[in-house]
Design a protein around this ligand. Structure first.
Ligand code: 3HC
Length: 288
């Protein structure tokens, strides 16, 4: 399957990954419908897309106007309407297996048999998500990185039943949106990137939890001494502290107390205005 056969895409979820995936899909010329369960969530996601496209337009990084890209984006809260004509559905809902099972069960009824069904899960094996479907051959993982508009890589993950034809169609589609796909043939929790990235954030969080370093020291060390674009705490604030928490929980990894505390207090990073750094009353990630 190529861009010729994927014309319309549906993205389920308007959170940071959902709206980012919607944006890059529309930027590549596809018609895309973004769906979330509440109108307010859809509006927030759409506003973020508008903000981002306007930034890119200001910096001359769009081939057309922001308005022209926005023309290709529709929004809805109705699942059936979102996926009715979609050739590819990308689920970007919260990391909860039961919720994903409900969504994929509905998708089996609401979509044509040849519609590709993808999950952007960070931590759940694709086979576990797909096992509610009678025919799970058309389910694959398309794992984007935050922020999708700036991050080039997308993992294309085989579930146990995913056919080569389906994985190849996903791979070609990723290329068609100007991203770099890599196949992940082993359907392990966290896939490749999060499996490697997890210990980086984990070690830093244990060090801080045990009083061996401060948040600012750890971030500054990785940025200024190691040349990373962001330190582990700033990165967790950007991706959402709850996301890393769920990845660890799913893997049965012990959770560093500092992460547990942030999740309990619902200070989850930029999206809640506060995480390891304060984005509302402070200067953001101020470890320079
Ligand atoms: N759209 C448009 N513009 C954006 C934007 C967006 N979504 N996000 C940020 N910008 C803008 C900023 O507003 C700022 O603009 P300004 O200069 O006018 O104020 C500019 O981009 C930021 O530019 P910077 O020079 O500060 O930063 P870079 O562009 O060089 O890099 C970055 C930003 C790409 C986010 C870089 O810091 C980076 O690579 N960080 C690491 C990100 C990463 O590792 N992500 C993966 C996380 S793991 C994951 O997602 C997996 C999941 O399963 C958990």
């Amino acid at each position: 399957m190529s861009k010729g056969t994927i014309e319309r895409v549906a993205v389920l979820g308007a959170g940071s990954m959902g709206h980012g995936i919607t944006e890059v899909t529309a930027m590549a010329g596809y018609d895309v419908t973004m769906r979330d369960i509440e109108a307010e969530l859809v509006e927030e996601g759409y506003d973020q897309i508008e903000w981002s496209l306007e930034k890119l337009e200001e910096k001359d990084r769009l081939d057309e106007s922001a308005a022209a890209v926005l023309e290709r984006i529709e929004t809805t809260t109705d699942l059936g309407e979102a996926v009715a004509d979609a050739d590819l559905v990308i689920e970007a809902a919260p990391e909860n297996l039961e919720l994903k099972h409900d969504i994929f069960t509905d998708l089996e009824d609401l979509t044509d048999e040849d519609t590709l069904l993808a999950s952007n899960t960070s931590s759940l094996p694709i086979s576990d998500i797909a096992d509610v479907l009678e025919n799970s051959e058309r389910v694959l993982g398309l794992h984007f990185f935050n922020p999708p508009v700036k991050m080039d890589l997308v993992e294309v993950i085989y579930g146990e039943q995913t056919t080569d034809e389906v994985a190849e169609a996903g791979y070609e589609w990723v290329e068609s949106i100007d991203k770099t796909p890599i196949y992940v043939r082993k359907d392990i929790r966290g896939f490749v990137v999060n499996t490697v990235l997890g210990p980086f954030g984990g070690e830093a969080a244990w060090m801080v939890s045990e009083g061996e370093a401060t948040i600012r020291q750890a971030d500054a060390a990785m940025v200024h001494r190691r040349g990373y674009p962001m330190g582990p705490f700033e990165l967790a604030d950007m991706t959402g502290i709850d996301i890393g928490y769920h990845v660890r929980k799913e893997a049965d990894d012990p959770i560093p107390p500092i992460i547990e505390e942030k999740v309990e207090n619902e200070t989850l990073g930029q999206k809640t205005g506060e995480g390891f750094y304060d984005y509302e009353n402070g200067d953001g990630a101020d470890y320079e």
